[in-house]
Design a protein around this ligand. Structure first.
Ligand code: NDP
Length: 274
């Protein structure tokens, strides 16, 4: 019997998840269907209830429902609990398991695909929203020399750092303080600034020569953030297409017990950074 999966969001028309999961299923010979479902903004729980009643096995969750999905889950993994958000659900009888693979997908892309080992490196994350929160634990597990998080809203990033400090060396910083701080080997833009063509107020001096700059937004070519990184001497710049495919692969493995290959899809979905 064909097992049913879907991604839920609003809007959802742009989602690449159906294409990605159908390609995974074909490659691994799994008998699944995967569609995109647009949920009304205040109707998430009803949409998920209906999907489960019809035999649905699992869901990916995208904006703006990651907090609703967290509330809906009966069982949260440590990662999902600390991220404060859920991007994948698995249904088993009455139980609803909630996971968050955004951070793991990001680490896989940085370390495996881009060949950048985070251990002993100085790492800077811009932003303190859901995506940044999801990255913190997986980043700390890689044992960087330091993990610094900058955000416009300083109180928000200070609260985040306090919450995560039992897990490793993590510091909050204001954008103003970055000018007097040593450069970082890896700078991750986990803000949504690039959607509107904005540049988070980061100085060029924050990028270490020869380092890596990673933009979570994907498909927008060289964003102002990536342009600044290049002009500051970063050896490599990357956008979030690899993260998207890698988090999908983690969810697929969780649901189906088989890991699909990611490289062909990343290649297929990559829009050149020019
Ligand atoms: P949130 O809305 O939760 O957080 C947005 C963050 O961006 C906040 O920290 C906010 O700062 C900051 N911000 C927004 N505009 C600016 C600006 N002009 N300058 C500086 N900071 C700014 O979003 P998410 O954390 O969920 O997502 C962040 C980005 O990551 C999105 O663009 C999303 O598309 C992308 N993403 C990509 C994924 C992938 O697979 N590639 C997966 C998940 C997310 P403040 O708190 O001060 O308002």
């Amino acid at each position: 019997m064909t097992d049913r999966y879907a991604v839920v969001g609003n809007p959802i028309g742009h989602s690449k998840s159906p294409l990605i999961h159908q390609a995974f299923a074909e490659e691994t010979r799994q008998d699944i269907s995967y569609v995109a479902i647009e949920s009304p903004l205040s109707g998430f729980a009803g949409i998920v209830d209906a999907f489960r009643r019809e035999g649905g096995r699992g869901l990916n969750i995208t904006a703006p429902f990651k907090l609703d999905a967290r509330a809906y889950a009966t069982d949260l993994t440590e990662r999902a609990r600390m991220a404060g958000a859920v991007n994948a659900l698995k249904f088993e009888g009455e139980r609803v398991y909630g996971e968050n693979y955004d951070g793991a997908g990001l680490v896989n892309d940085i370390e495996r695909n881009l060949g950048f080992a985070m251990r002993e490196k100085r790492v800077l994350v811009l932003g303190a929203g859901g995506a940044a929160r999801g990255a913190i634990l997986p980043f700390l597990e890689r044992e960087p020399a330091s993990l610094t998080v900058a955000n416009r809203n300083l109180a928000k990033v200070e609260a985040l750092v306090t919450e995560f400090s039992p897990y490793g060396h993590i510091h909050a910083i204001s954008y103003d303080q970055l000018a007097s701080t040593a450069p970082f080997d890896l700078v991750v833009n986990a803000t949504s600034a690039s959607w509107t063509g904005e540049l988070p107020p980061i100085p060029a001096s924050s990028f270490a020569e020869g380092g890596l700059a990673y933009e979570l937004v994907y498909g927008k070519g060289l964003t102002p953030f990536l342009r600044l990184a290049e002009s500051a001497g970063c050896a490599r710049v990357a956008d979030g297409v690899g993260m998207l495919v890698e988090q999908a692969a983690e969810a697929f493995l969780w649901w189906r017990g088989v890991r699909p290959a990611t490289a062909p899809l990343i290649k297929r979905l990559t829009i050149p950074l020019v």
